[in-house]
Design a protein around this ligand. Structure first.
Ligand SMILES: [Zn+2]
Length: 388
């Protein structure tokens, strides 16, 4: 059965907790092959991480090329005995399909596949009557984990064999309350670091023989975070620096500690790049320390750069398709955490639109069956407008 509900249920019944595939990609491979897609199964490895299965499937070999991206891996179910329906049962109660991945994001993938299959069936098995146009699926099993053997490598593999993507729809659960309320068009970047301040350890009774880093780090924390990083941009709220921990690791009350550290995270918008942001903070630090305080920032590696797909014809096409099916005009948002869209954005404009995210990662994750039908219709309208 090639409808969204059946595909979603078949996917949910695979226990594909990252990094296990448990047959999930095979479900997609079967239906896509039957519809004429060229399907590639790819296992990527890296020492210190688990091997991960991925899938790339394409029909057509010319532009314009739209790709549906997603992940079939899911987060663990937690205590399965407290789920009202089995976490991997794919059962329906009161109009809801239950199971881990129902909204994040096996349901979204199922709608994408069902919409494409319906679309092809109605158009002689081709994206466009003139033989042009391509549709593909870029599916990883490594989104909820470390994200090393997934989308990044799949995109590199695709680029190496000459695949060019024009636009991407990532079916993550983008809606907040109701289907049609939100498209994600970008995400803030994320950068963590630790501020180290060196003093001189000593006896509290002889402070002139020591140098206490505690008052210094307190002043530096204020100096780094007092002034706003920016005041927002057209598509983003203001960037934010948040200190999350201050620590000297000192169990004694009669010892002045030798070092203090403070951890922080910055969520930043498109006023910055990762390099310029780091420079800005280092300049603030240098100004605040003068030649008096020995302090430095150690940056954590980060692959969460800021990105945004600027509103334009592609976002308008999606908005129109959503409005047509749901009667709602979605907000174009850049809120929330990171997703694989940050990697895809290096290759083509990407938007995220899927089911409603309310129950994602929770016990009793579920989606209204009616939403599966509506999302399939929306994707279908996206395809009609894209190739029409
Ligand atoms: Zn997800």
């Amino acid at each position: 059965m090639n409808d969204a509900f059946s595909i979603a249920r078949d996917l949910i019944r695979c226990r594909s907790v990252t990094p296990a595939d448990a047959g999930a990609l095979g479900v997609l491979e079967n239906v896509l092959k039957a519809a004429g897609f060229e399907v590639h199964r790819l296992t990527f490895s890296e020492s210190g991480t688990a091997d991960v299965d991925n899938l790339y499937a394409r029909i057509g070999d010319e532009a314009p090329h739209i790709t549906f991206a997603g992940h079939t891996d899911v987060v663990p179910p937690g205590d399965e005995s407290i789920w009202s329906m089995g976490a991997f049962s794919g059962e329906v109660k009161d109009g809801f399909l239950y199971g881990r991945g129902a909204v994040d994001m096996k349901g979204g993938i199922a709608c994408g596949v069902a919409a494409v299959l319906q679309y092809l069936a109605d158009h002689g098995g081709k994206p466009r009557e003139d033989g042009k146009g391509s549709i593909s699926f870029l599916i990883t099993g490594d989104e909820e984990g470390v994200s090393i053997n997934g989308t990044v490598k799949l995109l590199q593999w695709a680029a190496a064999r000459g695949e060019k993507f024009d636009h991407c729809v990532l079916g993550e659960p983008s809606n907040l309350e109701v289907l049609g309320d939100c498209i994600k068009i970008g995400r803030r970047g994320s950068q963590s670091g630790t501020l180290y301040v060196d003093g001189v350890q000593g006896h509290v009774a002889y402070p002139y023989r020591a140098s206490n880093p505690v008052p210094d780090i307190s002043r530096l924390i204020v100096a780094l975070s007092d002034e706003p990083l920016d005041h927002g941009s057209a598509q983003f709220q203001a960037s934010n620096l948040e200190f999350t921990s201050v620590d000297v690791g000192n169990p004694a009350s009669n010892v002045i500690p030798g070092q203090a550290r403070a951890k922080f995270n910055i969520r930043y918008n498109d006023n910055h790049t990762q390099d310029l942001l780091r420079k800005l903070l280092e300049e603030r630090l240098a100004k605040a320390t003068g030649n008096r305080i020995r302090a430095r920032i150690v940056w954590e590696p980060s692959n969460s750069n800021v990105f945004v797909t600027k509103p334009g014809p592609f976002t308008e096409l999606a908005v129109a398709a959503i409005e047509e099916v749901t009667g709602r005009r979605p907000e174009l948002s850049t809120s929330g955490g990171t997703s694989d869209a940050r990697f895809i954005s290096h290759y083509c404009p990407v938007i995220e639109f899927g089911l409603v995210g309310q129950t994602m990662h929770q016990v009793d994750e579920r989606t209204p069956v009616a939403d599966l039908e509506k999302l399939t219709k929306i994707y279908r309208r996206v395809l009609e407008r894209y190739f029409g």
